[in-house]
Design a protein around this ligand. Structure first.
Ligand code: GLN
Length: 453
């Protein structure tokens, strides 16, 4: 009930697209009933959580923050949300995001921008919570809910977690089922938890993950007991510092936070070693070819027939309906991605762009494989900057894309990666530290996160 009251009080942050307090209360009642009967409770029993509005929720509007899905109410439940309800969690509502999860500032939502609860010291300028899981980050940072789901295609869990002082993990690609999650770039999309602590992340990820025959890329592996395995003693672990992440122009605050991270891990018993990930600079451009390419194909399904919005001008034919619906329904950033994606996949340019990007993707993955010869984990900043003002980067899509320069390599390689708070900058704003682990080794990532926390 306290959480429900908070959510109502914090409307100004615009974190929720719809609220479902009755569902959170139902889960709480179910816990009372189960307790009265002496039944064992699920790991998330009674926890009121926010769901990023990219997860299909049965009977509750699911929009991906796009006009084109406004009014779409699925008659099915995503596997990840179903897993969470089975573990006892209850839904407080659907959280705002960048439209179709495309963005790094939560300004591309059809339902309006999300604000961070943070402010620079001595300033009242509204700041971005990051994106695309900005509603999730803002809601957790503002204590509107103790935990929220996020999705990460190229940094959308880690970047918002970093700049709101929260904790979020993108597991190994395939750990969490994509079934019932609105598709952006299917070879990259991965769900994960956003919480206030590493332990909460471990508990929630355990509830979310698991093999799902309905997702062809789901990992057919048992879900490890990550929470039980938590151990902040890093004796014998080697943590790699990738030299290519020391990019020109990275602010001193970010470098200082990185140094602090190294000290914390050293204090926990880890050995810090230098490593090289030589193709790092090519990762971001490759991502911005692959992700739009897949998006242009995935978003072809929004045709005015199957979901949500339909714009059927008088006397119009089928083609006119497609055009009018998509013109009206998609936001500018989504259209930009569809155009880029269509272009790089077109017959004349496929080899020059898409094929090259796929080759780079392989090289980026190979960089990590080679680094694992020398270390067990990688430590880097999560973002090249702290939270920026709303509107500040909107006019410059390339500057916006740079937000994910440190996040994208782990996405291309499908590796588990987490952002944990890494101290404040000179303006009093939070910065994040990123830990990247070997495939399937979320445990080492979580343990190092615990040591930093
Ligand atoms: N900011 C990146 C993009 O706009 C990442 C988005 C995401 O991870 N969903 O594509």
């Amino acid at each position: 009930e306290a959480f429900n009251a908070n959510v109502a009080a914090a409307e100004a942050l615009n974190t929720f697209i719809v609220t479902t307090p009755e569902k959170a209360l139902e889960a709480a009642d179910a816990v009372d009933a189960a307790r009265a009967k002496g039944e064992t409770l699920g790991a998330m029993a009674g926890v009121p959580i926010g769901m990023k509005d990219l997860f299909a929720t049965e009977g509750v509007q699911t929009t991906a923050a796009s006009h084109i899905l406004e009014g779409f109410t699925p008659h099915y439940e995503s596997t990840v949300s179903a897993n969470l309800w089975r573990a006892g969690a209850g839904m407080l509502g659907k959280l705002n995001l960048d439209q179709f999860a495309m963005g790094s500032s939560n300004e591309t939502s059809y339902f309006g921008e999300v604000k961070s609860p943070w402010r620079k010291e001595g300033s009242n300028t509204a700041l971005t919570p990051g994106g695309s899981s900005g509603g999730s980050a803002s809601a957790v940072a503002a204590r509107l809910c103790p935990a929220a789901t996020g999705t990460d295609t190229g940094g959308s869990i880690r970047q918002p977690a970093a700049i709101t002082g929260t904790t979020g993990i993108k597991p190994t690609y395939g750990r969490c089922s994509r079934w019932g999650v609105v598709a952006f770039a299917s070879s990259l999309d991965q769900a994960g938890p956003m919480t206030r602590s590493v332990t909460d992340c471990a508990i929630m990820l355990e509830a979310m993950a698991g093999f799902d025959p309905k997702d062809a890329t789901s990992l057919d592996l048992p879900v490890p007991e990550w929470e039980k395995g938590l151990n902040p003693d890093l004796s014998g672990k080697k943590v790699g510092i990738p030299r290519e992440y020391r990019m020109d122009g990275t602010p001193q605050d970010i470098l200082d936070s990185w140094e602090r991270g190294k000290e914390w891990l050293r204090d926990a018993g880890a050995e810090i070693v230098d490593v090289s990930l030589p193709h790092t600079t090519y990762a971001l451009p490759a991502y911005y070819i692959i992700a739009p390419a897949e998006a242009s194909s995935n978003l072809a399904r929004y045709d005015g027939v199957r979901y949500g919005l339909r714009d059927l001008p008088d006397g119009a034919g089928l083609q006119d309906m497609y055009a009018a619906t998509r013109e009206e329904g998609f936001g500018d950033e989504v259209k930009r991605r569809i155009l880029i994606g269509t272009y790089v996949l077109s017959a004349g340019f496929y080899d020059a762009y898409y094929n090259q990007a796929q080759k780079i993707r392989t090289l980026v993955a190979r960089d990590f494989e080679q680094a694992w010869a020398d270390c067990d984990l990688i430590l880097a900043p999560t973002t090249p900057n702290a939270a920026f003002g709303l509107g500040e980067m909107q006019a410059d899509p390339l500057a916006m894309y740079l937000n994910d320069v440190f996040a994208v390599p782990a996405s291309l390689a499908g590796l588990p990666a987490m952002s944990v708070p890494g101290g404040l900058n000179s303006d009093g704003l939070p910065l994040g530290l990123q830990l990247v682990g070997k495939q399937f080794d979320e445990q080492s990532v979580l343990n190092a996160g615990l040591a930093i926390e």
